[in-house]
Write a protein that binds this ligand. Structure first.
Ligand SMILES: [Zn+2]
Length: 347
């Protein structure tokens, strides 16, 4: 790809996502200039999304007909998804993950934090499938997979008997630590927080005290609303307690969780979360990007960082009538509106 580019439009600048008419100059993949430009035109320039929680591996278990609770469907080692994963060939696994990633890229996603099952081989299969497509791929391995990945992903503090040793070894190896926590009750959250993880996933039933601790210790929480509803662990607008998280100053990230049940589409996740939880559009868009702060430089548009953004043309659709561009991006955006993507690795 040619890594030089000049692009004009109304861009969401910085972490505040202030929309301004600008011309952005990219040289050798780095944003070198952002200049106000009253003639920038009507296109929207949006930071690439970072899907803060995926399980790409279970693409091969997509929409498997099943009824059951969380444990029967996805809890290791015997949940349905784990049996389907074990039965899949490596070729199918890689090709499934790659297909999902191609769809993510089309939808404006340039990175994700994936919980990858299957040990070292499982983590390697994901790199093989996705490294060349996603500049922001952050893999959380398990069962030894963390040794070749960026981090250790714990399915729940209650599932792992030698947790302390695993976390210590991963920390000693300079790895990130992430936990599923609070997905069906608050009982595994304190045990996860005790390790001061880099990421908590779900927090659906986290208590106010636990959320305060996340806010105080700046531990981001990746919420996955559609997954919570699909798996029957959410039944109201306070599961997860999105507004309590906002009020307490938690850093909220957005993830789509299992490809088995939920398409890894950040536009769809934002729209659902907006309608169900009434989460404000600017906070939602920020949550859809902020997971990229796990990397050395995030996807927010600012000078001196690798360019990771996409361009939408509202003129091609009814979106040109929007009176609130951020709300329209959240409620009506889709891959169909994207006319250009510019994703650059920071390594
Ligand atoms: Zn998960």
């Amino acid at each position: 790809m040619d890594n030089d580019l000049t692009v004009s439009g109304h861009a969401l600048i910085g972490e505040s996502l202030e929309m301004r008419p600008v011309t952005i100059v990219v040289k050798s993949g780095i944003i070198t200039h952002i200049e106000d430009d009253l003639h920038a035109g009507d296109n929207w320039i949006i930071p690439a999304f970072f899907n803060a929680h995926t399980h790409l591996g279970d693409t091969v278990a997509m929409d498997a007909p099943a009824n059951g609770d969380l444990v029967e469907l996805v809890t290791p080692p015997d949940g349905l998804k784990h049996r389907l994963l074990a039965a899949a060939s490596r070729d199918d696994l890689v090709s499934g993950m790659r297909s999902s990633v191609l769809g993510m890229v089309q939808g404006g996603t340039a990175g994700c934090a994936d919980f990858r099952e299957g040990g070292i081989d499982g983590a390697r299969a994901l790199y093989e499938a996705a490294s060349s497509l996603l500049p922001g791929l952050v893999v959380f391995g398990r069962d030894g997979g963390e040794q070749v990945a960026e981090g250790l992903g714990i399915s729940s503090a209650r599932d792992v008997p030698d947790l302390e040793r695993q976390v210590k070894e991963a920390r000693d190896g300079g790895k990130f630590i992430a936990f599923h926590a609070g997905e069906r009750d608050p009982d595994d959250v304190d045990a996860a927080l005790a390790f001061r993880p880099d990421l908590i996933v779900h927090g659906t039933y986290a208590t106010r005290r636990q959320l305060m601790q996340c806010a105080d210790e700046e531990i981001p929480i990746a919420i996955c609303p559609r997954s919570n509803w699909a798996l029957g662990v959410a039944g109201s607008r306070s599961e997860p307690p999105v507004h309590e998280m906002i009020d307490l100053g938690c850093r909220i990230l957005l993830g789509t969780d299992n490809v088995m049940f939920v398409q890894p589409d950040m536009f769809a996740e934002m729209a659902f979360t907006h309608y169900v939880y009434r989460m404000p559009p600017a906070l939602l868009i920020r949550a859809a990007i902020s997971g990229s702060q796990l990397m050395d430089s995030s996807f927010f548009i600012r000078k001196g960082v690798p360019a990771n953004f996409f361009v939408m043309d509202p003129g091609q659709s009814n979106m040109r009538f929007s009176l609130d561009n951020l709300a329209t991006i959240v409620k009506r955006g889709s891959s169909a509106g994207i006319i250009k993507k510019f994703f650059i690795s920071d390594s």
